[in-house]
Write a protein that binds this ligand. Structure first.
Ligand code: PLP
Length: 347
């Protein structure tokens, strides 16, 4: 199916708002088009509506052209955008692996789009056949998160591409944790898969959660439609500026991501020695899903000592589990010390 056919009819017909800074881009001697205050010069000018400098930088980093990049206010905006562009409320549906990141369901609910959760395999593996079997004529989107939150494992890019090629709608791969993963990004597979969208973010490895910058890589056709639907100046000037600064620190970020991956594996080795720990799942991200004897009790015990982890005990297929972020060296040390103390007290 063509992208045009997949897009909601009202979005296909949409006449986008044309903001002043879309109509004229070059240099000017007098900017008198946007009713800005020219007499106080701090944040008086509207930012670049398309954040082109940031896109050029990200494009160079990931090997795609700036025209294949959409930027949102966090991945959250990118996720919501997929529903708003492709899913007709009350009619269309989305299929997703389960368990996974909660925002796919929340945004589906907000947009009145039916959400179909398909269990991962026993070992959290991706079941392409099960995902495809859950689709019907009204399925517009399949969500795959890799490395997956909260399970931590990454899926074989070939299996993801197989889903994207066989499914006649939009396949989204959320790669928020890709910089911690030994498996390659699916960004390099976009040319093979015209209906694939790959999401990344500055919030995790890039240490820019406060900036709120989410990235969607897709065909130029999809990016153009997203640009029509977004708020005209969605990425503010401070975020654009600071994002460029973070992206300049690429080497440092890569080194720290590698260090965090090592720390994760060292932490795994320490955790499995504890009596209270029943299993530590293999992770390709900067967190560990840990199955423990008394998750609610341990969660509360850690919380009372000022150590906050994520209780996933009530999440589908995660019964008994806490999700623990790999933190600073002192945070990790504090966590392990406290867990050892807990172990001794319980015995
Ligand atoms: C943390 C996370 C994000 C990041 O969302 P932002 O809105 O970009 O901060 C996206 N997807 C997953 C799966 C995450 O865990």
């Amino acid at each position: 199916m063509s992208i045009e056919q997949l897009v909601r009819p009202n979005i296909r017909r949409l006449q986008p708002y044309t903001c002043a800074r879309n109509e004229y881009t070059g240099d000017a001697r007098a900017w008198l088009d946007a009713n800005e205050n020219s007499r106080i010069c701090v944040y008086n000018r509207y930012p670049d509506p398309l954040s082109l400098a940031v896109k050029e930088r990200i494009g160079k980093l990931r090997g795609v052209s700036a025209g294949q990049i959409f930027l949102g206010v966090g991945s959250d905006e990118c996720i919501d955008m997929v529903y708003r562009v492709f899913c007709t409320p009350g009619t269309d549906n989305a299929v997703a692996i389960d368990p996974t990141y909660g925002m796919y369901r929340v945004c589906a609910d907000i947009n009145d789009v039916e959400y179909r959760a398909v269990d991962l395999g026993e070992g959290y593996e991706l079941d392409a056949e099960a995902l495809l079997a859950a689709t019907d004529a009204h399925t517009k989107v399949i969500w795959i998160c890799s490395p997956n939150n909260p399970t931590g494992n990454a899926f074989d890019p070939d299996t993801i591409v197989e889903v994207a090629r066989r499914f006649n709608g939009i396949t989204v791969v959320d790669e928020a944790y890709i910089d911690f993963s030994p498996l390659p990004s699916t960004v390099s597979r976009l040319a093979e898969c015209p209906r694939l969208i790959v999401m990344q973010t500055l919030s995790k490895a890039w240490a820019g959660a406060a900036l709120r910058l989410g990235i969607a890589f897709a065909s130029a056709e999809i990016v153009d439609i997203f640009n029509k639907v977004k708020y005209p100046y969605n990425i503010n000037v401070l975020t654009q500026r600071e994002a460029l600064r973070l992206l300049d620190a690429e080497d440092h970020v890569r080194a720290v991501a590698a260090e965090l991956s090592d720390a994760r594996d060292r932490m795994t080795a320490e955790l499995v020695m504890l009596d209270t720990v029943e299993h530590v799942y293999q992770s390709a991200a900067n967190f560990l899903l840990v199955k423990v004897a008394d998750p609610d009790g341990l969660y509360a015990w850690l919380r009372d000592r000022g150590i906050i982890v994520r209780n996933r005990n009530r999440v589908n297929m995660c019964s008994g589990c806490l999700r623990i972020t790999v933190g600073s060296e002192s945070e990790n040390k504090l966590l392990l010390q406290s867990l050892k103390e807990y172990d001794t007290l319980r015995n």
